[in-house]
Ligand binder design. Structure first.
Ligand SMILES: Cc1cc2nc3c(=O)[nH]c(=O)nc-3n(C[C@H](O)[C@H](O)[C@H](O)COP(=O)(O)OP(=O)(O)OC[C@H]3O[C@@H](n4cnc5c(N)ncnc54)[C@H](O)[C@@H]3O)c2cc1C
Ligand SMILES: *[C@@H]1O[C@H](CO)[C@@H](O)[C@H](O)[C@H]1NC(C)=O
Ligand SMILES: *[C@@H]1O[C@H](CO)[C@@H](O)[C@H](O)[C@H]1NC(C)=O
Ligand SMILES: *[C@@H]1O[C@H](CO)[C@@H](O)[C@H](O)[C@H]1NC(C)=O
Ligand SMILES: *[C@@H]1O[C@H](CO)[C@@H](O)[C@H](O)[C@H]1NC(C)=O
Length: 238
């Protein structure tokens, strides 16, 4: 009897160890054949309806130029596109392209901190940069992100897309998108413009209205590419 409870305890312990290990979740996008014939899920491995979505192809741009080329080709071919991220943490099926012939554009390789301006407390990042990267790199320059949702694997593009937030009563609130100064977004375009357009949306700029509209886009208005800027605070070391 005792040995059986010990055995059960061991199993429970093993299970907890497996569930609680610090490894990041699996890749959400998996392709069977050279970036084609792909499945897409989220970091839990399951959407609420327990389905897995399909896409004909996945692309991994590593620059804005790559994004433009990918979006233009897909637009010309009239293919549906959606943006996926390193861990795709969202529970809803935001990332699933309609039908079976869709294209997944992953921001996994758009992962560079482009610039940190300590004086103005602004950071420019590519959209696939994770919260962990942003917080770590900003800290090296003595800056801190004042408000943040709680999981470090979220990407800047994803948390803007979903209006992610922490909580506070201070300043302009705890939604990350309220701290964005400028963003660049690649959208499908007409044949005349080569099937893709890059727009720079800027707070108080010419495209301020578009910026307000596009910030929390649920990923349906285009691919946020390379540059976003946050008003950061001076980090306080306790
Ligand atoms: C357990 C749990 C706890 C959570 N806690 C919080 C919380 O504390 N606060 C909170 O606000 N939210 C919370 N959320 C929601 C979470 O913040 C969102 O799921 C998160 O923002 C997703 O980020 P991601 O980088 O994984 O993006 P994804 O889930 O991969 O993508 C989200 C959307 O953004 C789009 N997108 C991503 N990158 C780009 C891009 N570069 N250009 C255009 N579109 C893009 C995608 O297509 C998709 O539509 C929680 C979710 C879970 C499951
Ligand atoms: C994979 O695709 C690339 C680019 O389209 C091509 O050059 C390469 O030959 C392909 N590899 C295989 C194994 O099909
Ligand atoms: C596509 O992938 C599925 C598994 O996800 C596999 O069963 C099927 O054979 C693949 N088809 C092709 C044409 O490679
Ligand atoms: C887009 O199409 C052009 C012309 O067919 C091709 O040269 C280019 O490699 C394609 N770009 C991508 C990212 O597939
Ligand atoms: C709040 O937002 C306004 C308008 O964007 C800006 O002028 C102000 O500096 C912001 N305040 C803080 C504390 O970030």
């Amino acid at each position: 009897m005792i040995s059986r409870s010990v055995l059960i305890l061991k199993w429970v312990f093993l299970l907890i160890t497996i569930l609680a290990n610090g490894n990041p979740p699996e890749e959400p996008v998996k392709c069977s054949n050279n970036f084609t014939n792909c499945t897409i899920t989220n970091s839990y491995g399951a959407f609420p309806d327990r389905s897995t979505c399909h896409a004909a192809e996945a692309a991994y741009p590593s620059s804005e130029e790559d994004i433009v080329s990918i979006v233009a080709n897909a637009t010309r071919e009239k293919r549906k596109m959606r943006v996926a991220t390193r861990y795709s943490h969202s529970i809803p099926k935001l990332v699933c392209p309609d039908g079976e012939d869709g294209l997944i554009i992953s921001t996994e390789n758009l992962n560079r901190i482009v610039n940190i301006d300590t004086e103005k407390m602004l950071v420019t990042v590519e959209s696939g940069v994770t919260l962990m990267q942003l917080i770590d790199e900003a800290a090296k320059s003595g800056l801190a992100l004042p408000y943040t949702p709680y999981w470090l694997g979220l990407t800047i593009g994803g948390l803007l897309g979903t209006g992610a937030h922490g909580s506070t009563l201070l300043g302009n609130g705890s939604a990350i998108h309220d701290h964005v100064v400028q963003m660049r977004i690649v959208t499908p375009g007409s044949q005349e413009v080569g099937y893709a357009t890059v727009r720079t949306l800027e707070e108080n700029g010419e495209l301020d209205g578009e910026m307000m509209a596009a910030k929390v886009s649920l990923g349906v208005l285009g691919v946020i590419s390379q540059v976003l800027m946050f008003k950061l605070n001076i980090g306080v070391v306790l």
